[in-house]
Write a protein that binds this ligand. Sequence first.
Ligand code: F6R
Length: 249
Amino acid sequence: MNKKPTVYCCKNHSEIGSVTAALIADAIKKNPNLVLGLPTGQTPVPVYQELCKMYKAGELDCSGVTTFNLDEYFHRGKGDPDSYYTFMHEQLFDHVPFKASYFPDSSGELATEIDKNCKQYDALIESVGGIDLQILGIGSNGHIGFNEPSSTWSEGTAFVKLTPQTVSDNAKKFYNGNELLVPKTAISMGTNQIMRAKSIILIASGEDKAKAISDTIDGIVTPRVPASKLQNHDDVTFIIDEDAAKFLD
Ligand code: F6R
């Protein structure tokens, strides 16, 4: 049976960082070999800053923790300044040592090759026992990972196309509004796969996320709002600020 989700309403984006980092640190204390799923984007930046601070202060040991990132832009990766690999290294992995950190393999030309890479990522996650704690952001259209609104739920890691809404959101946040520079395709974990994480924390900041948050928590469960599926998970925590919470019942 599903439990009602826990919702922490924070004063601002920076408090989302400290509250979320404290929960992650707590999970690592309880299980030093935690398998942690991680997002990129603007929302987790203060979370990663806080984890870096904790590590520097000697309060955090991630040496047994294995991480899996949710997604990677297609044909980007190590060495590409626009890749999520680079983003995660700049924000976290260059500062805090982890046991191992994995990203979806975004190489490959033929559909069969891409599919094989995706299946290998899924198998790797399974081989370490699945994700214990998954951190998620949310798109203004309700996407999680890069699972965009659709008529069906996505299953495992797969090639995805970003919607014009997501391209425009990412352009504003990371490319000075220039949509031509934004990657339009990616490899993302699937929604059903994300649901298999033992516990999930979703973070959201800002008014542009308010509708997606109310649709996710109070709306109907539909693949048109991929995050709404979290209503069927029995261990989900939302850590959001007042602006993102403004349409909640
Ligand atoms: C990225 C990811 C996406 C982002 C979402 C919100 O790895 O999984 O679902 O979490 O697009 O992005 P920000 O935080 O930039 O608003």
